[in-house]
Design a binder for this molecule. Structure first.
Ligand code: FAD
Length: 490
């Protein structure tokens, strides 16, 4: 049976022969939200059982670059010479996370961000107090702080004083693609959970929720090596099983811009936890929203201009590359091109720190813009017109159209290189279950479903159509903690 159509409707407790396992709190998923929930529930005195589908902990979080979006004056921000306040962080999030973002969650997250950073440090997550200042997707080394949301670029730089908030755990013994910042976050979190007495069962796949006659969630049904097992949650179930990035039917229906383009997610993100809660009447939010990356070198993009298939420039290229990706993917049909000149390519090459990053090569090179338009299928004269306007203002170091910072603005001269970025965009959905600030899953009447909490990308979280790197590990761990603590008490 395909993952898209696996039954998700709840099982009734009286229909079960017996429970196979018992715990106070059952956490579904041992990624970042599940680990944070498990720690918080256990230190609140609950007996916690984590049900994990794969053979080990980690989820997408352990493969992540490791940005955790934190601020308001963390120890690293201060050590690196940046001033930040919860108010400024909140103002940025309110402007950048998209229309309809949950204002209560944004305010709470900004207000308690320093405390959350300190909690992560107390759990053993290592951070190095150094700042990486070049345009890029993530620091090439073990630097602990970087701009990760376009805070220092238009339009946010005029809103509040810019502060970098992308915190990255120190990558001692980094192994690219295997042990990066996400692993350095997850390992201590999981060790803290296990030390606090959390039990974990692996190779155990959550299938459905179990409810009592009064509608209260009483546990879960899972499969373990093909056998169905029923696990009783005396207090609460916490769903923390990731997004629906790998449920094609849900992606096609809710966020078609991502169809066939899943990125920064793992196959286990099949939406089953979302569907199981929906089957109980759970409400959902922001299902259309997505994180989007454009997989090319930000250091090259910032020195050129990014245009869509019609040759129109799309955004200021010095912003967070995820905003460039979102603009292309969500609003320009993923069609786009990057135009640079020889000087830009040489400067980007000289500035590139990541030895592992292969220098991207232009799809077409020419002295003649008209020839590039013809090669790329851009309407004749359209790219030339865009370049003429850009260059006219760049002569004076200005970019009045998109307001790229002066330091990156310079007329582009032949010969040119044009890079196709079609097929280089992808991402993951940001929408999910509607929850209160303590992870309580709300039904369509806005009432909490008794015995059910959720966190991480199973929920709608902080971002509703805008994004900054680190929001997922940030809101997953922050609201996962809150969900775990509340789950232990109910
Ligand atoms: P996960 O961390 O994936 O945890 C979910 C867990 O649930 C998994 O272990 C999964 O196996 C398990 N599970 C799923 N279904 C079931 C089931 N039916 N039964 C039992 N268990 C189940 N985010 C950032 O904030 N910063 C970054 O720098 C960043 N970089 C990234 C880089 C890469 C390469 C990738 C892949 C992701 C990156 N992300 C980043 C995204 C981030 O890792 C995820 O969005 C985040 O981990 C989501 O947290 P979660 O707890 O919801 O899901």
């Amino acid at each position: 049976m395909s993952d898209s159509v696996r039954p998700a409707s709840a099982r009734r407790e009286p229909e079960l022969a017996s429970w196979d396992e018992h715990a106070d709190v059952v956490v579904v998923g041992f990624g970042v939200a599940g680990a944070a929930a498990a720690v918080a529930a256990a230190v609140s005195g609950a007996d916690v059982l984590v049900v994990e589908r794969t053979s080990g902990w980690g989820g997408a979080a352990s493969q992540a670059g490791g940005f955790i979006y934190l601020g308001g004056g963390t120890a690293i921000q201060r050590a690196c010479g940046f001033t930040d306040t919860p108010e400024n962080m909140h103002a940025f999030l309110a402007a950048a996370m998209g229309t309809g973002a949950d204002q209560r969650k944004l305010a709470l997250y900004a207000e308690r961000s320093v405390e959350h950073f300190d909690w992560l440090v107390d759990c053993g997550v290592p951070f190095r107090k150094t700042f990486y200042g070049k345009p890029g997707w993530e620091p090439p080394g073990d630097e602990g702080l970087m701009y990760s949301g376009g805070e220092n670029a238009h339009p946010f730089d005029g809103l509040v004083p810019p502060a970098p908030r992308g915190h990255v755990p120190q990558m001692t013994g980094k192994r690219t693609g295997e042990r990066g910042g996400g692993y350095m976050l997850m390992k201590p979190l999981v060790e803290t959970a296990l030390t606090a007495g959390v039990r974990a069962v692996y190779d155990t796949r959550f299938e459905r929720l179990v409810t009592a006659n009064d509608g209260r969630v009483r546990g879960v049904v899972a499969t373990h090596y093909g056998r169905e097992i029923a696990i009783h949650a005396q207090r609460s179930v916490v769903l923390a099983a990731g997004s629906f990035a790998f449920n094609p039917a849900m992606v096609d229906r809710h966020v078609p811009a991502l169809s066939g383009r899943p990125g920064a997610a793992v196959e286990e993100h099949d939406g089953q936890a979302v569907r199981a809660a929906q089957a109980l009447g759970a409400d959902v939010e922001h299902l259309h929203a997505c994180e989007a990356a454009v997989h090319t070198d930000p250091g090259l993009m910032v020195r050129g201009i990014v245009v869509d298939a019609r040759g129109d420039r799309v955004i200021n290229e010095d912003t967070y590359p995820g905003r460039i990706g979102e603009e292309l993917l969500a609003r320009r049909g993923s069609q786009g091109f990057l135009l640079v000149d020889e000087q830009a390519a040489e400067e980007a090459e000289a500035a590139r720190d990541a030895a592992a990053l292969l220098a991207p090569q232009p799809s077409w090179v020419s002295e003649d813009i008209g020839e590039l338009e013809a090669e790329a299928g851009i309407p004749a004269g359209a790219l030339a017109a865009t370049l003429e306007v850009y260059n006219r203002h760049a002569e004076n170091g200005q970019d009045p159209v998109h307001r790229k910072a002066t330091r990156w603005v310079r007329p582009l001269r032949p010969p040119y290189g044009l890079y196709g970025v079609r097929g280089r965009t992808g991402g993951f959905p940001l929408g999910g279950l509607r929850t209160d600030v303590d992870g309580g899953v709300l039904d369509v009447d806005g009432q909490p479903i008794p015995g059910l909490r959720a966190a991480g990308r199973t929920t709608a979280g902080l971002a509703a159509g805008g994004y900054a790197s680190g929001i997922s590990l940030g809101d997953g761990s922050f609201f996962g903690r809150r969900a775990g603590r509340a789950a232990a008490q109910t």
